[in-house]
Structure formats: C-alpha cells, structure tokens
Ligand binder design. Structure first.
Ligand code: UDP
Length: 239
C-alpha cells in the first residue's frame, strides 16, 4: 500500500560496503538484490530517486595513500571504482524491472555517458533511477560530497545517507550504552556538538543551501520508507 511521503525527489547515498554483504570486498549478489528491492519499493510508490554509490568495497583513496601512492592517483582509482559499482547496480536494477541510467562525471564512453543535469532531471521525472558515477570527477572529495552536489543540482528535497546505524547519536552507540539517538537536529546543533553526520565539505554544502540530511539504517527493511514518510522513530533528520 502506498503511504504519504514527505519528500518527492531524493538523493540516496549508499557506501560501497553495502554491496559486499558478507564478502571481504567486491559484490555479493544477495546484498545487491537487497539494495535494489528497498529502492524499488520506493520508486514503485512514485518517489523520484537519484543514487550515488561509494567504492569502499573495492578501493578508497586512503588505501593507496597509506601504501605511499600519490594522493591524486589513489583518488582517481576510487572514482573509477564508483563507476564499477554503478554499472553493477544498474544491471541488477534493470533485471528487477527498474529503468535505470548511469551518468559519469568522468568521460568514459561507451561505458557510461557524461553527467548531464537536464537529462538527469528528465529521467527522474520519467520515473527512472539515475545513478551518478565517478564521484565529483575531482580528487580530494568523497562520494558524500558528490551526493550533496548532485542533490542540489537536480533539485532533490533531501539527501539520504544510508548507514549501519539508525541515525546520529550523542556518542558512539557501539561504545557508549547511554548514547541517545537524535530524531531531529539542526545544522548548528550538529556543529556545536561536533557530531559527525557527513564529511565537513558535504555537511557545509547542505547547511549553506538548506538541504536536509537524513541518516538512517539501510539494513533495517522498514527504515527507508519510514524516514521518507517523516517517521521520527527511525533515523535522524538534520535540517
Ligand atoms: N573520490 C574522489 N573524489 C570524489 C569522490 C570519490 O577522489 O569526488 C575517491 C576517494 O579516493 C574515495 C573513493 O573515491 O576514497 C571512494 O569514495 P568513498 O570513500 O566516498 O566511498 P564510500 O566510503 O562511500 O564507499
């Protein structure tokens, strides 16, 4: 049954790790299908969804840096890995009957067409899933920042950060049993309490442009729909 949603167009940011399931790295078909089914449920209820995926299941720039690699090259490798994840996701979405396109910030035809804002918005309006690959196209950024940038460019109502915990807490809930989850939080409060919601570039872009951030637990099957409906029992809305 369809429910009333508070947001009509959203950008979902998932980390690369969401695709690896129980594997050490790479893809786990079951985990990818799980991601696809959660997103499909939302698209089937007419919410427009754009997606940014990270690359932590394959490569993060920091891995190369710790081995002595040049930062810029290590980051390029990370951006290329996000394209691999985007192609994998598009394949599984297509198999599940969800029309999906990939756009890349980095020119690499015929693997994927370049990012095109107008085409992306048209695709979203037509009910297609749009996957933004290749990060921002520049090193020194993250896919969190990519998510916020593309969300702003494509007029999304919110950026949804899928994590393993069900929101932002007063302290790390894994270490401190008295940690409390915030249902809602203002940007200023998150800053003054030094709470880590997204990386600092991504966070300031949301704050400067009044783009709400919703942090929620993607492994909870109810959570994605619940936070979109504004249910404060799930996740944290920073606005
Ligand atoms: N990256 C980059 N510029 C961007 C986005 C990503 O250089 O605009 C690189 C960076 O090295 C990063 C890697 O791509 O470590 C993978 O992205 P991220 O760490 O955000 O992935 P996640 O942790 O979400 O899986």
């Amino acid at each position: 049954m369809s429910r009333e949603f508070r947001f009509n167009r959203v950008l979902l940011k998932i980390s690369g790790e969401a695709l690896k399931g129980t594997q050490d790295h790479g893809y786990d078909a079951e985990a990818v299908r799980e991601v696809v089914s959660r997103v499909k449920r939302i698209i089937d209820q007419d919410v427009e969804v754009a997606l940014v995926v990270g690359a932590g299941n394959i490569w993060r720039g920091v891995m190369g840096r710790s081995g002595g690699m040049d930062r810029v090259n290590a980051d390029y490798m990370g951006m290329l890995a996000t394209v691999m994840n985007a192609l994998c996701l598009r394949d599984f979405f297509t198999a599940a009957g969800v029309p999906a396109i990939v756009q890349s910030s980095i020119g690499m035809e015929p693997i994927a067409p370049r990012y095109d804002r107008v085409k992306a918005i048209r695709a979203l309006e037509a009910g297609q899933l749009v996957i933004f690959a290749g990060g921002t196209g520049s090193p020194f950024f993250t896919t969190d920042t990519t998510a916020v940038l593309r969300a702003l460019e494509t007029d999304c109502d919110a950026v949804l950060k899928a994590t393993k915990v069900d929101g932002v807490y007063t302290a790390d809930p894994m270490k401190d049993p008295s940690a409390r989850r915030f249902a809602t939080l203002s940007f200023d409060e998150a800053l003054s309490r030094q709470l880590k919601v997204m990386d600092s570039t991504a966070f300031s872009m949301c704050r400067d442009n009044d783009l709400p951030i919703i942090v929620f637990n993607f492994s909870d099957p109810e959570s994605f729909e619940a936070v979109l409906a504004g249910d404060t029992a799930y996740g944290t809305i920073v606005s």
